[in-house]
Design a protein around this ligand. Structure first.
Ligand code: BDR
Ligand code: CA
Length: 312
């Protein structure tokens, strides 16, 4: 069985991603969830993970990780995800009883991965601070990591700045460490998550008819779409779901190219910009599978079926 640790910053699309993942125990064994400061401050994202894991009836371990990026202060996206990071739905108050097994996600990951009898996959849907620290502090852990599935970066546009995607922008140093770790990586960047793998407003409306988990998902997405609509978007990205699906349903993705990817660490308007090296016959720094297209109809159906499966 495919073993997974999901490193995230819920975050509305992180919540959708985790919900889709937990709907498929037949495809993946989610060992643990680790949190990192990103969409909102660490304290909120860890609480949001507690709420989701309780609501979804999971028994995955939860470890809280790094509050701030490797070099700079954290910059949040609370205008997109709400003050608490998952505004729009009232989760039961007792959700915060969900145990947090460790306040050091880096040693937690090392412990669980290095002792696992099978290689472990990491799905990372947030700034890559925890993952970079894991790989730098405990390089021997690489031997027991199967693959890293990342939502971050882009081969085209940015979102938080003209040039940079949010997860890349918040901790580009961490992203550079992970990109150049030598581990197999599959990347869902904005070129996929924003341009191809979106939901329509109509589809978001339909989600509320998909049982009690659908009602929760629709409520938090309604909050999120208010922001997206205010900036003129009609195609609503659920970025982080792509990283999960690239592992549990890779057949949905119809085109990919392997590139050496770089990330800008400069302190100017290019900070956090990621770019594929399209040159021929040049020594490449890394070899990252960049997802480029999706069967959108099948993608939407997979998400819908996952949400409704909780009531079956
Ligand atoms: C990424 O940034 C966050 O706001 C989302 O959760 C997603 O991981 C999209 O740029
Ligand atoms: Ca995220």
């Amino acid at each position: 069985m495919t073993k997974i640790i999901m490193d995230c910053d819920p975050g509305i699309d992180d919540a959708i991603a985790l919900t889709v993942l937990l709907a498929h125990p037949e495809k993946a064994d989610l060992i643990g969830v680790t949190t990192v400061g990103g969409n909102v401050k660490l304290d909120y994202v860890t609480k949001n993970a507690q709420k989701l894991l309780t609501f979804l009836g999971s028994d995955a371990e939860l470890a809280s990780g790094q509050a701030t990026p490797l070099v700079k202060e954290v910059e949040t996206a609370s205008e997109v995800h709400g003050k608490t990071g998952m505004d729009g739905y009232d989760f039961p108050a007792n959700s915060l009883d969900y145990p947090v097994v460790s306040h050091n996600a880096v040693t937690y990951m090392y412990d669980r991965i290095s002792k696992s009898d099978e290689k472990v996959n990491i799905v990372a849907t947030a700034p890559l601070t925890n993952v970079a620290l894991l790989l730098k502090t405990f390089p021997d852990v690489k031997e027991n990591i199967e693959h890293i599935y990342i939502m971050g970066g882009s081969t085209l546009q940015g979102n938080i700045t003209l040039a940079a995607e949010f997860n890349a922008y918040v901790d580009p140093e961490a992203m550079s460490i992970v990109f150049n770790s030598g581990l197999p990586i599959t990347l869902s960047g904005l070129n996929l998550t924003e341009n191809k793998a979106y939901l329509t407003m109509d589809e978001i409306d339909q989600i509320k008819n998909l049982g009690h988990v659908g009602v929760m998902a629709n409520s938090i997405l309604e909050f999120y779409t208010a922001h997206e609509r205010s900036v003129g978007m009609t195609k609503i990205p659920v970025h982080d779901a792509c990283a999960v699906l690239s592992l549990i349903a890779p057949e949905l993705f119809t085109k990919s190219t392997n590139y050496s990817m770089d990330v800008s660490l400069t302190n100017d308007q290019f900070r956090g910009m990621t770019y594929p090296d399209r040159r021929m016959k040049v020594d490449q720094k890394n070899d990252i599978k960049v997802l480029e297209d999706v069967d959108r109809e099948a993608f939407v159906k997979f998400i819908f079926d996952s949400l409704s499966s909780y009531d079956k």
